[in-house]
Structure formats: structure tokens, C-alpha cells
Design a protein around this ligand. Structure first.
Ligand code: NAD
Length: 411
């Protein structure tokens, strides 16, 4: 993996330059407000104690309590966590979420741990981190943590404090105060942004083929929603293969096939395609929803889409960004397009604090309103400064953080 922290600082400095940000504010945003590195001793099943390294980065809290996920993966670096906390500050600013950016993580391989070892590791993370609750720093889930891990985190936190406080931990199961729509949030947001981009470019849904790389949580939910909006999803890939049908794939049937077989490959409702060339299939809208850095200087010239909607984080490299702009291909940036998950996380905290839990329809309606506002604001800032929508989104977020810092008298 390339240095994500350097890439985050690159985007930060480019937006700062475009908006004439005061050097003092740029300096404050270029380093996390607080970064904690700590160890978690875990009793393993064989009786030995093993020490795991953990991190929590709070990028800035001028705009509200820091909040977001906990990543557990082997080889996790402090730079990755710092970069992700900065991205969360930006994503929250973009989406109008009154929160600062946070990110935590543990350097460990969940698949190499027994369930008991993993539970002790997760509980140990909260015990050692000792978070101060819903108004300070709110951990959530990320790669390597899911609903069960968040349930253990909440339970550990509530045992430590002796109080029930569902808003202190995000991404928990609905039975413990989690929000409905958490699973769908990012895919729904991607679909809403896709619909808006198509409308702005006069692309009629029925005549606008959509190609999606990745058919996991985000890609499959976006595919289903887009299909229901009338867009033909003509090709889909995953790590194992790809399938295409120029007439449009039956997404319900494809999802059932994936449930049965574990991959989109071999779906009888289409023909197998070359997963290595999925991004180069001619289409109206291309949605990379798998991993970062898939559209680079190497393949950008071969992209034949009118719009790219970044469902994954950073799927387009900075060099490719410039090449796509020259070719007239519009990019809806990740900080807007995949902010649905962060938005519903904020709804989760609101519901936990108010004890008023919303229906799925209400979550979706509010999510659409919030993400389309984020879309419009990013476009407006981009038009004002004559920059890309990505830059416009960053400027929008940084303007809000700047205002909060100045009003607090920090700069
Ligand atoms: P997931 O693990 O559920 O699904 C990932 C999908 O991508 C799978 O279908 C997998 O087979 C496929 N894939 C992996 N490597 C691939 C490759 N090299 N080529 C083609 N396909 C490949 O993950 P997800 O939750 O759907 O997340 C997808 C992306 O969206 C990630 O980049 C993630 O960081 C980003 N994201 C997710 C969320 C969220 O709420 N889940 C929020 C923001 C951003």
C-alpha cells in the first residue's frame, strides 16, 4: 500500500491552496489533535499472554466529538489511522455532520484468532482506550470489526461506566440501539449520487448502462437500488470473476447466485467477463466499489464511462484524476459518494441520545436529503473556485472546520 497519510496531506494542501487557507489552520489540520498508541495484553486460548498494538487518532474536534471506525488488520500502521481520521474530518464536514474525525485500530489478524481471543482483544481495546463517551470520541466499526465487535465494545464501555449509553459506540446491532439502514447506508448514498449525476448530465436512467467493480456490502446494495431506479446494471465483478449482460443483469438473481456460490462468476443470467478489464467496459456510469487505487495513470486512458462514482475510498489516483478531467469524464468523489455510512452513523448517535428510533423509510429519506445537500455544496464550491468536484468537496469541509476553529478562538 502506498503512503495514505502523504496522499491525505496532498489533498489537504491542494484544497488549502485553492481556498487560500491561513497557514496556521493548515498546520493544525496537518497533524492529528491527539494520537494515542497503546498495547492490549490478551490471554490466548493456550494460556499465554500476547501483546497487541493499538491506535486511536482524533484529527480535530472543533466541529464536534470525534467519531468513526476501528480497523483490525495485520500490518496496520499509525500513518493509515492518522490518514483515515483526517478523511473522516473531511467526510463529516462534506456531509454537514457535526463531528470531528476519529479512527482507531488494532494490529492483528482476526482470522488467526479464536472467537474468545477476538472478544478479549476487542474488550481490551475499549478498556485500554478508556473513551469518554458520546460527547467526546465515539468508536465505530471498520475493516475487521462488525456488529458483534461493536456490541462487545458497548457492553465493555457500559460496564466500565455503570451507565447505559448507546450513543457512545456506533455501528452496533439494532437490539442494542443501532440504527436501521446501517448496512444499506453507503450503497444507498452511492445510488442517490449516481441518480443526481445522471440527472445533471441528462443521462436517462433506462439508457445509461452502469458497470460496478465489487459486489460486497456497498456494490450489491448500490446495484439493487440503481436497478430499482431503472438503470441497467450491465456488468459486475468481484475478486473471483466478472459477469456481463448488455441488456441488464437481474440483480436479485445475481445476489442469490452470490449467496449460493460466493461469487458473481458463473451467473446464468449473463456471460462471464474478464474481471481485469471490467473498468474498461463502455458504459454511462462506472462505480468502483472494491478497493483503492484501481484507476491509475496506467489504465485511465482506457476508461470509457461518462461518469465515475467513487464508492470505494480513493479508487482514482491523483494522476488519473487529471487524465480523466482532460478526457471530460466526471468524477463524483469518495468523500461525497460514499458518505452515506458516516451519515447514518450520525443518525445512530442522534437516535441513541434522543431515545427516538426511526423507521427504515425515515433513515433513507433523511440520508438522501443529507447526501444530496453534500453533493450540491461540493459542486457549488467547485464552480466558485473553478476546481474539480473533489477539490470543491474538500474546500467545503475545510471551510466549515476553519469557521469552527476561528469562532472558538483557536487560530
Ligand atoms: P466488501 O468486503 O463487502 O466487498 C468488497 C467487494 O470487492 C467484494 O465483492 C470483493 O470480492 C470485491 N473485491 C475485492 N478486491 C477486488 C479486486 N481486486 N477486484 C475486484 N473486486 C474486488 O466491502 P464493502 O463494505 O462493500 O466496501 C467496498 C469499498 O467501499 C471499500 O473500499 C471500502 O473501504 C469502501 N467503503 C465502504 C463503506 C461501507 O459502509 N461498507 C463506507 C465507505 C467506503
Amino acid at each position: 500500500m502506498k503512503n495514505v497519510w502523504e496522499e491525505a496531506l496532498f489533498n489537504l494542501s491542494k484544497a488549502a491552496e485553492a481556498m487560500d487557507l491561513e497557514p496556521e489552520i493548515l498546520e493544525r489540520l496537518s497533524v492529528p489533535m491527539r494520537f494515542t498508541e497503546f498495547t492490549i495484553p490478551v490471554r490466548m486460548d493456550n494460556g499465554a499472554r500476547k501483546l497487541f498494538l493499538a491506535f486511536r487518532s482524533c484529527h480535530q474536534d472543533a466541529t464536534g466529538p470525534t467519531k468513526d471506525g476501528t480497523r483490525v488488520r495485520p500490518g496496520l500502521t499509525p500513518e493509515e489511522i492518522k490518514a483515515l481520521s483526517l478523511f473522516m474530518s473531511i467526510k463529516h464536514g462534506v456531509a454537514g455532520i457535526p463531528a470531528g474525525g476519529g479512527k482507531g485500530g488494532i494490529r492483528a489478524d482476526p482470522s488467526a484468532l479464536s472467537e474468545g481471543e477476538y472478544e478479549r482483544l476487542i474488550r481490551g481495546f475499549i478498556r485500554r482506550l478508556n473513551p469518554k463517551g458520546a460527547f467526546t470520541d465515539i468508536p465505530g466499526a471498520d475493516i475487521g470489526t462488525g456488529k458483534q465487535a461493536m456490541a462487545w465494545m458497548l457492553d465493555e464501555y457500559e460496564q466500565m461506566t455503570g451507565m447505559h449509553c448507546p450513543a457512545a459506540i456506533n455501528d452496533k446491532p439494532a437490539e442494542l440501539g443501532g440504527s436501521l439502514g446501517g448496512f444499506e447506508a453507503t450503497g444507498w448514498g452511492v445510488a442517490a449520487c449516481t441518480g443526481k449525476a445522471a440527472e445533471k448530465m441528462n443521462l436517462e436512467p433506462g439508457r445509461t448502462p452502469v458497470v460496478i467493480q465489487g459486489f460486497g456490502q456497498v456494490g450489491s446494495v448500490a446495484a439493487k437500488k440503481l436497478s430499482s431506479m431503472g438503470f441497467p446494471v450491465t456488468a459486475v465483478s468481484d475478486i473471483a470473476g466478472a459477469v456481463e449482460n448488455p441488456g441488464g443483469l437481474d440483480i436479485g438473481g445475481l445476489a442469490a447466485h452470490v449467496d449460493r456460490t460466493g461469487s458473481v462468476a458463473g451467473f446464468p443470467g449473463g456471460r462471464n467477463a474478464d474481471k481485469g478489464r471490467i473498468l474498461e467496459i463502455p458504459c454511462g456510469i462506472l462505480i468502483p466499489a472494491a478497493v483503492q487505487d484501481v484507476i491509475t495513470a496506467e489504465n485511465a486512458r482506457r476508461i470509457q464511462a461518462k461518469v465515475i462514482v467513487e464508492a470505494a475510498n480513493a479508487p482514482v489516483s491523483p494522476e488519473a484524476d487529471d487524465m480523466l478531467a482532460s478526457a471530460g469524464i466526471r468524477v463524483i468523489p469518495d468523500v461525497v459518494a460514499n458518505s452515506g455510512g458516516a451519515i447514518v452513523c450520525d443518525f445512530e448517535r442522534t437516535q441513541g441520545l434522543s431515545n427516538d428510533y426511526w423507521s427504515l423509510d425515515k433513515v433513507e429519506e433523511r440520508l438522501n436529503g443529507r447526501i444530496l445537500t453534500a453533493y450540491r455544496e461540493a459542486e457549488d464550491r467547485a464552480a466558485e473556485r473553478k476546481v474539480s468536484m473533489r477539490r470543491g468537496a474538500w474546500i467545503n469541509a475545510m471551510g466549515k472546520i476553519r469557521a469552527a476553529m476561528l469562532l472558538r478562538g483557536w487560530c
